[in-house]
Every structure is written in structure tokens, then in C-alpha cells.
Design a binder for this molecule. Structure first.
Ligand SMILES: [Zn+2]
Length: 108
């Protein structure tokens, strides 16, 4: 089992589109995990046209369930997309975090 999957299993991240990229254990008060959320997106969820391009990223902080009583902060880099037909932009979606919500579902 790779280190990456160990982190995802420990945090119980079930979204295969979330890839852990780094882990920071230097702070005894909290553990910081860096991850990215991205997936190929071809058709626009708003207008249905196949004209979606990648459009930068958006960093969010997600409070995860603590590990051994130490708080875990997930710094998640979400892919953003832009539709060339309707000109709208949107972020990659995950079941881990609802849109416009920066606290993970499990810790509510
Ligand atoms: Zn569109």
C-alpha cells in the first residue's frame, strides 16, 4: 500500500478524484494534509456543451475528523473549469465537501 493511499484511508476519503500530495507533521497542534481535487470534465454541467476548459484552481481549508485527538486540516486544491459556450466558471465537485461549505461533512 502506498503512502498516498494510507493517508486517504486514514482520513476515510472515499472520493477517488482527491489525491493527497503532501503531509505536514511539523506542527504538534495540528496535522496539515495537502491534496488536490481534479478530474476530466468535457461537457458543461450548466449548458451541456462540450466546451469546458481548465481554469485555474481554488484552495479551500477543510477540517477533518481528528487523528489520535490531533486536529487535521485538509488543504484542498480544487480544479476550476470554464465553459467557453456559456462563459460560466465552476469548481470540481466532491462528496467530501458541499459547495460553498468549508467544513467536512463528517465533523459537523
Ligand atoms: Zn456552459
Amino acid at each position: 500500500m502506498s503512502q498516498d493511499h494510507f493517508i486517504e484511508d486514514t482520513l476515510q476519503i472515499k472520493d477517488p478524484n482527491i489525491i493527497c500530495t503532501d503531509i505536514d507533521n511539523s506542527n504538534p497542534e495540528k496535522q496539515v494534509i495537502y491534496a488536490k481535487l481534479t478530474y476530466p470534465l468535457e461537457s458543461c454541467p450548466l449548458c451541456g456543451q462540450f466546451s469546458v476548459v481548465r481554469f485555474g484552481t481554488n484552495l479551500i481549508n477543510v477540517r477533518m475528523p481528528p487523528i489520535k485527538e490531533r486536529p487535521v486540516i485538509l488543504k484542498l486544491l480544487k480544479q476550476r473549469y470554464r465553459c467557453k459556450t456559456c462563459q460560466r466558471t465552476f469548481s470540481a465537485q466532491t462528496s467530501l465537501v458541499k459547495p460553498h461549505c468549508q467544513i467536512s461533512e463528517d465533523t459537523k
